[in-house]
Ligand binder design. Structure first.
Ligand SMILES: CC(C)(COP(=O)(O)OP(=O)(O)OC[C@H]1O[C@@H](n2cnc3c(N)ncnc32)[C@H](O)[C@@H]1OP(=O)(O)O)[C@@H](O)C(=O)NCCC(=O)NCCS
Length: 124
């Protein structure tokens, strides 16, 4: 399930965030983490099964728009549908908003959107 970040999860969140290609540099990673901890419109969500194995970092751009800036899954749990489940659960949590990707997440988010649309078509 998708849970909200709190300070107790800082280390695990930072580890997950570091899998983003844009966050390989430690200074950049620390700066990004600080933004999530201090800026109100930057929010982290974590995917928890038995342990925390996924992360989504989003920016509340306006009342209508939320941008997915970061998404990552623990490498031991990839290709099991966790990433897609996270995106789906997030969209359901913010069903009245326009949830969109940024340049760093568009490749995967687009993939999720295409598959959601295909499922809708199948249900018609
Ligand atoms: C991207 C990521 C979150 C996907 O998580 P996951 O739990 O493995 O994803 P799922 O199992 O739900 O989906 C797997 C599908 O996503 C595709 N996929 C994986 N990484 C992708 C990427 N960077 N861009 C586009 N598609 C990607 C896989 O090819 C697979 O496709 P298939 O369903 O046709 O086989 C994970 O690979 C990750 O943490 N990557 C490192 C961080 C990163 O690069 N994030 C930005 C991604 S744009």
């Amino acid at each position: 399930m998708l849970i909200r970040y709190k300070k107790a999860f800082e280390k695990i969140a930072m580890g997950l965030l570091s899998f983003m290609p844009s966050e390989k540099d430690l200074k950049k990673l620390q700066q990004t983490m600080k933004q999530y901890e201090t800026e109100e419109d930057w929010q982290l969500f974590l995917w928890k099964e038995e342990d925390i194995i996924g992360l989504m970092g989003v920016l509340f751009v306006s009342d209508e728009i939320i941008e997915i800036q970061h998404i990552s899954v623990n490498p031991s749990f990839r290709y099991q549908g966790i990433g897609k489940k996270m995106v789906k659960a997030f969209r359901e949590m913010f069903v009245d908003k326009n949830v969109r990707a940024n340049d760093n997440t568009v490749a995967f988010i687009d993939k999720c959107s295409v598959e959601d649309k295909e499922m809708e078509k199948g249900n018609e």
